[in-house]
Design a protein around this ligand. Structure first.
Ligand code: PHE
Length: 358
């Protein structure tokens, strides 16, 4: 056996013995690296005479190619074995049920917003958002509430310091400024809802300085009061899960809608117990109306061509009625016992298909 054959069998044996990719790499460096054994023999070829150089050079080249091939194929084997081992070790059984010890709860406000969005989303409304800090124009003036309008007093506005009167900034007192922003930004037809925080300087068992509303707005060339009624009756019945829930539209006044109405749902208060459904009493739940043509004009929407309706509802009030939560203030106390009692499982995502009453 000549030197080259000996080297070949030595290297081949080492390659076969290499237990992992790192050991194999070491062998590669020792044989084929810059200072590797085969590499140095190649460098030494120059010292041989011409005939010898040719024969030895050819044999060396073959050895070099074979060793590189052997390393390559053993490398593939080893790395696929290493991958298999890792996959086994890091195996995740996706068929296991969710961990029953999960403790987190979805807050009733988030749940109620999700429910409202699920119902109205099914009807074709898209969710949009607006800023909590508004300027006077978006919160009031554009909504047909000019500076001397008595409705301004009713809003118990939080004014932020620093700006002159006509550029005053406020914490939005309702989600209606999102109507304005949407109409300014998008061409009709529009069908949007805007859930979000609202603020009024008021604090007792039924009022909180921060609360949540969902605004709705439809603007196109044909929508009329009949659509408004149909949409909100369907909404109330789906939300409370009562198919024949009595819904009443009572004439009212909002500067930004004309005509305006408040919506009441049927309830009973017999024997001190409050129940939603058929009964001899009514409970007010939202405000609505046909968008006032002045509001359309303020947003540069042609009010001779376009019309539509808007509505606004209070999330806390809807949640209190649906889930029997007696005190508004408890929503914000972060009391874990309360959250465990009134909260919802993170896995129960509300949808019209999955049902909204779990
Ligand atoms: N923005 C009114 C409120 O906060 C509710 C409302 C919205 C009424 C849209 C009519 C139309 O009381």
């Amino acid at each position: 056996m000549n030197d080259l054959d000996r080297l070949r069998s030595e290297l081949m044996a080492a390659i076969a013995d290499a237990a992992d990719v790192a050991a194999l790499e070491q062998i590669r460096v020792l044989a084929l690296g810059k200072k590797g054994r085969i590499t140095s023999m190649m460098k030494d070829l120059g010292t041989l005479d011409a005939d010898e150089r040719k024969a030895f050079g050819q044999a060396l080249n073959i050895l070099k190619t074979d060793i590189a091939k052997a390393i390559g194929s053993h490398h593939d084997d080893l790395s696929s074995k290493e991958l298999d081992a890792r996959l086994m070790e890091e195996r995740v059984d996706v068929t296991l049920p969710a961990r029953s010890e999960q403790q987190g709860r979805i807050h009733p406000i988030s749940q109620t917003i999700d429910e409202v969005v699920a119902i109205l989303g099914e009807m074709g409304f898209t969710v949009v958002e607006g800023p909590d800090i508004e300027d006077d124009w978006h919160n009031f003036t554009a909504l047909n509430i000019p500076p001397d309008h008595p409705a301004r007093q009713e809003h118990d506005t939080f004014y932020l310091p620093g700006n002159s009167d006509d550029e005053r900034v406020v914490l939005r007192t309702h989600t209606s400024p999102v109507q304005i922003r949407t109409m300014q930004m998008t061409e009709p037809p529009l069908r949007i809802i805007a859930p979000g925080r609202t603020y009024r300087c008021d604090d007792d068992a039924t009022h909180s300085p921060m609360f949540h509303q969902v605004e709705g707005l439809v603007v196109d060339e044909t929508t009329h009061m009949g659509h408004l009624k149909g949409c909100l009756i369907d909404f109330c019945r789906a939300f409370f899960g009562i198919e024949d829930l009595p819904v009443r539209f009572r004439p009212s006044y909002f500067p930004f809608t004309e005509p305006s109405a408040e919506v009441d749902i049927g309830c009973t208060r017999e024997g001190g117990e409050f129940r939603i459904g058929h009964g001899d009493d009514w409970m007010e739940i939202l405000g609505c109306g046909m968008v006032n043509s002045r509001v359309l004009d303020n947003c540069n929407i042609d009010s001779t061509r376009y019309q539509g309706f808007a509505f606004g509802l209070g999330i806390e009030r809807m949640a209190m009625l649906k889930y029997g939560i007696p005190d508004l203030r408890t929503f914000y106390e972060s009391d874990l016992r309360w959250l465990r009692h009134y909260g919802f499982s993170a896995l129960d995502v509300p949808s019209m298909v999955g049902g909204l009453n779990r």
